[in-house]
Design a protein around this ligand. Structure first.
Ligand SMILES: NC(=O)c1ccc[n+]([C@@H]2O[C@H](COP(=O)([O-])OP(=O)(O)OC[C@H]3O[C@@H](n4cnc5c(N)ncnc54)[C@H](OP(=O)(O)O)[C@@H]3O)[C@@H](O)[C@H]2O)c1
Length: 373
């Protein structure tokens, strides 16, 4: 065999071996370890927090004593009254799809804390904070995934934290940030929704879907919600003009055409969606029910991005960006009574693992909240 072929085979073998060991490393899960002694000086105030010291199912979750955070000069410290559970939380808990582990840690989590959405009362403010005062009721999303705790600290400016509307409870407010901001950005930014548009929301009974239905109505659209039989009454109550029960009917096979489809379920190729879009219609794929460990919902989203340049319709995906202006927009809709959080189940803080277990089943109708006391 010629030398150059031997070199080529050697290089290919090396690359294949490196790729195989990289993939094996991504799949590796170190066993759960016991909590190390709290590394804080004696006398430091402690708080209870949800912790996961390894990747895995909600079984790996513990509630531990950790140091109560101290706000930096630009941060507020919030005494958490309620949190809500998002798919994001179980993606972080399991570190699936595996590609997430390149950021969250190979083998075990770099950061053992969990939780985005919270509502509570400002306990302390840093010296540069002007937007909030001690005692203000607020809600928001922790950019550090550390909201499942008795206290959370949040950067006060530009982050997703806003005064809690007075007409909603802490549980209702905690249900809002991630799901409602995702729905808003899917409809308004990616979907370019206009008054009078016919909008189809697939997955209308879920956390994001219940807000998508209401926000689309508030923005003047005619809304069709797709959900199971069990979610139909809720979706109609939230204002959906039409409800399609996917266990009996398939919107892909009907004659209706939509100006915008906001899809939380997936399962169709972008070419198939074109059949039910108006000539200027658009698809926004927000997520899918794919629980594949390697790519999960990313596979559907990558397919949309791959097809997008080659098909007539605008098809796109979304990675929601949690920010203060959009939270304030949603807060105004809440205060005006134009949207109302739908709460499926409430759990006690000690049962946070059960809340995530329930969400993982994939059939919630509204949001799952946890009361923190
Ligand atoms: N891109 C982003 O930035 C972003 C942000 C947030 C969430 N997401 C993604 O968006 C998706 C939805 O999130 P979520 O918080 O709304 O989830 P969720 O609260 O778990 O709700 C999922 C809903 O889908 C319904 N469903 C299941 N199969 C369906 C089908 N074939 N047709 C219609 N509905 C179906 C379920 O109820 P029934 O089975 O009773 O119908 C449930 O109501 C997830 O994939 C999540 O990861 C993406």
């Amino acid at each position: 065999m010629k030398l150059r072929y031997r070199v080529a085979i050697g290089v290919v073998s090396l690359v294949a071996a490196a790729a195989a060991s990289g993939l094996a490393a991504l799949r590796y899960e170190a066993p759960c370890t016991a909590a190390p002694p709290v590394p804080v000086p004696a006398g430091t105030p402690l708080m209870k927090a949800v912790v996961h010291r390894c990747y895995g199912s909600p079984d790996v979750i513990t509630i531990e004593d950790v140091a109560k955070p101290l706000p930096a000069s630009n941060e507020v410290l919030v005494k958490v009254r309620a949190v809500s559970v998002n798919r994001l939380d179980w993606h972080v808990l399991r570190a699936e799809p595996y590609v997430m582990r390149t950021g969250s840690g190979i083998g075990r989590p770099n950061d053992v804390r969990l939780g985005a959405d919270f509502a509570g009362t400002v306990e302390a403010v840093g010296k540069d904070v002007t937007r909030f005062r001690v005692g203000d009721d607020v809600f928001g999303a922790s950019g550090r995934n550390s909201a499942f705790a008795q206290y959370v600290k949040v950067v006060a400016e530009h982050w997703a934290i806003a005064p809690k509307p007075t007409n909603v409870s802490f549980e209702e407010a905690a249900a809002v940030p991630v799901a409602a901001i995702t729905a808003l950005q899917a409809l308004r930014d990616q979907g370019r929704i206009q008054p009078g548009h016919k909008v189809l929301v697939n997955g209308a009974a879920g956390g994001v879907g219940t807000f998508a239905v209401q926000i689309a109505k508030a923005l003047g659209a005619e809304v069709t919600g797709v959900c199971s039989t069990g979610g139909a009454a809720l979706v109609a109550r939230l204002g959906s003009d039409h409800v399609i029960d996917y266990t009996r009917d398939d919107f892909m096979l009907r004659d209706e055409r939509y100006d915008l489809i906001v899809d939380m379920v997936g399962g169709h190729s972008p070419v198939e969606y074109q059949r039910v879009l108006t000539p200027t219609g658009a698809l926004v794929l927000v997520g899918t029910t794919d629980k594949g460990r390697w790519l999960g919902p990313l596979s559907g989203m990558l397919a949309v991005l791959a097809y997008a340049p080659f098909i007539e319709h605008r098809v796109t995906t979304l990675i929601a960006k949690l920010n203060e202006p959009d939270l304030a927009f949603v807060a105004q809709l809440l205060q005006d009574g134009k949207i109302t959080p739908a709460i499926d189940r409430r759990y006690a803080f000690r049962d946070t693992a059960d809340a995530i277990r329930y969400l993982e089943q994939g059939h919630t109708h509204g949001k799952v909240v946890v009361t923190v006391d």
